[in-house]
Every structure is written in C-alpha cells, then in structure tokens.
Design a protein around this ligand. Structure first.
Ligand code: F6P
Length: 326
C-alpha cells in the first residue's frame, strides 16, 4: 500500500439515490482502519475551489436513508483543463489528502482516470449513477431506486391510460443508454421499450403497439429512453400522431424525479458493500479502478473498461418485453 494517511471523498455528476449510503460506508470503513477522512464539497469544483472539510464518524450519521448527496455535486467542465487540474492537485496536497474515492458516473470516472494518471494519485471510483451505463458492473448505485420510481409512476399512468383508452409515451432518463428504459418496461409490464441501442422505425412501433392495443387491450404504454437525436418521447409521439391519427396519444416526461427519493434496500446494501470495498482496494494498493459487482461478487474494474460505453444491451430482455406484451 502507498503511504496513505488521509482519504478524500467526493461525489460528482448527476446525483443518485444511495450516494449518501456510499459516503457513509467509505467514511466509516476508512475511520475503522485508522485513516483520516476529508469530504470534498461539490465534486471536482470543490477541489478546485478548496472546499474541503474534515469528516468524522458523526459526519455521516443519519444519512443512509437520504437521497441526493450531503457532499453536494456538480458537473465541472473546467476540470478538462490541465491548469485547473493542477490547481485541484495543489489543493489536495495542501489538505494532506493522499488518496481519493470518487463517486459518480461516466464523466466523473473519466475525470478521475485522467487526474490519477497525471499526478500519480491513488484513486478508486464507485459507480454512482441511475443510468447503469458503466462497464464491468451488473449494477450502479441508484439504478434500482430510479427503476422503482419509474415503475410507481407507470403504475399510476396505467390507471388513466386504461380509463381513457390511450396510448402513453413515457420518457425516462439514461444518458444515451437504454438500461433504465428496458428494465422499467419489464418491471411495469409496458407494451414496448424504445432504446438508443436499437433503431425503431415508426412502422415497427405501430406493429408492436397493434399487437396489444386494439386487439386484446384498450391502452398501451411505451417507455422511451431520452434521446436528443430523435426527440425522445415527444418526437416519437409526434411521428405516431401524424401517421396513425386514430391513436389518442399522450406524452409524460418523468425527468429529475427519477434521481430523487430514499434509496431502496438494494441500493443501500450495494453502496455499503462498494464503499467498504473502495477502502479495502486502496489498502491493497489498487488504484485507477472502479468497484463493480458481478454475479454478487465485488470486482475491480480498470477505469478504462468502466467508461467505455460497451456494456451492451441484453437482447433477451427486449424480446421479453415483446413476448409479454401480447
Ligand atoms: O447521468 C444521470 C442523468 O440523470 C442522465 O440520465 C441525464 O441525461 C442527465 O443526468 C441529466 O443531467 P442534468 O441533471 O445535468 O440535466
């Protein structure tokens, strides 16, 4: 193990339910092993502006059940500049921080990877994002809670969809990935999932909807992953309305509601296990890795593999949505 005495922790990028549980686990595991801990506010921004506070066991009391992040978070575009990273490094050294735990998604871990290489700092990442789009891990912290939020919303939409015999397009987040859309479609019994990984033509969609809608069902719900290129649910609904005016279509965009709320038990347990693993990884001399979980076991994933966008969608899951929507 490198000579680590003090560990800094930060959350960065979009917040995710379970980040607080991860902060708690990292802090308490580090203290348990006699490390000093410092909390860095507002992600990389706080590192650059020197917003660093001492953390104690009590600093993380009563937070496991809270959504969001007590460390606050930010998207820090300036961190892509070498001069800004140099400033962050100087602040890190001045605060006596020898190693970092970064909790965040794709952009945050890409930043961590560059920073770690550039200044030879031991950094371990935790996958904190509702998108579940990081490689080398079956799940990311926040994904399960967001799925449950979407499922609850769609359950409610079903009542009105069925009463009015309507077709609903429900847009969910995902940042160019379709995991939230596909899995929430399965969990909510939706008729179709439109995801960026699969090109779906309007005709195909109409065929999919027709399988159920108008034959054995009086309403349908299509989950659409956000997609700036196609216009997401709004774009799709416009095209369907134009070509199939007989459908009474409505659009619901769930938005940032998906990022809030108390984390589920699954996310709290995942975050706690991963937080502990981050400190143990640093103690083993690991650096430049993200903690992942595969088939229930903790794994170390090189940053380069985690952020490559190569996770791949499970085609069987898409097929499942189709089969179960008849
Ligand atoms: O990465 C998490 C996420 O919620 C994405 O699903 C979404 O595209 C993005 O963040 C939204 O970011 P912001 O909160 O900055 O609008």
């Amino acid at each position: 193990m490198a000579n680590i005495k003090c560990i800094g922790i930060l959350t960065s990028g979009g917040d995710a339910p379970g980040m607080n549980a991860a902060i708690r686990a990292v802090t308490r595991t580090a203290i348990y092993h006699n490390f000093a801990v410092k909390g860095i506010m507002r992600g990389y921004k706080g590192l650059v502006c020197n917003e660093i506070v001492d953390f104690h066991s009590q600093s993380v009391s009563n937070i496991i059940q809270q959504g969001g992040t007590i460390l606050k978070t930010a998207r820090c575009k300036e961190f892509s500049s070498p001069e800004v990273r140099r400033k962050a490094y100087d602040n890190l050294r001045a605060a006596g921080i020898d190693a970092l735990v970064v909790i965040g998604g794709d952009g945050s871990l890409t930043g961590a990877s560059i920073f770690a290489e550039e200044f030879n700092i031991p950094i371990v990442g935790l996958p904190g994002t509702i998108d579940n789009d990081l490689g080398g891990t079956d799940a990311t912290i926040g994904f399960d809670t967001a799925l449950n939020t979407i499922m609850d919303a769609v359950d409610k939409l079903r009542d009105t969809a069925s009463s009015h015999e309507r077709l609903f397009f429900v847009e969910v987040m995902g940042h160019t990935a379709g995991y939230l859309a596909l899995n929430s479609a399965i969990a909510s019994g939706s008729e179709a999932a439109i995801i960026p990984e699969m090109e779906t033509e309007v005709d195909q969609l109409a065929e999919l909807i027709n399988q159920g809608f108008r034959k054995s069902k009086n309403s349908a719900i299509v989950i659409v992953a956000e997609n700036p290129e196609t216009g997401g649910a709004t774009g799709l609904a416009e095209r369907i309305k134009k070509e199939f005016p007989e459908y009474d279509a409505r659009v619901t965009i769930l938005g940032h509601i998906q990022r809030g709320g108390s984390p589920t038990a699954i996310d709290r347990i995942l975050a706690s296990r991963m937080g502990q693993a981050a400190i143990e990884a640093l103690m083993e001399g690991q650096r430049n890795v993200m903690i992942g979980v595969e088939n229930g076991r903790i794994v170390y994933v090189p940053f380069t593999k985690a952020v490559k966008h190569n996770k791949g969608i499970n085609r069987d899951d898409l097929n499942l949505v189709k089969i179960l929507s008849i």
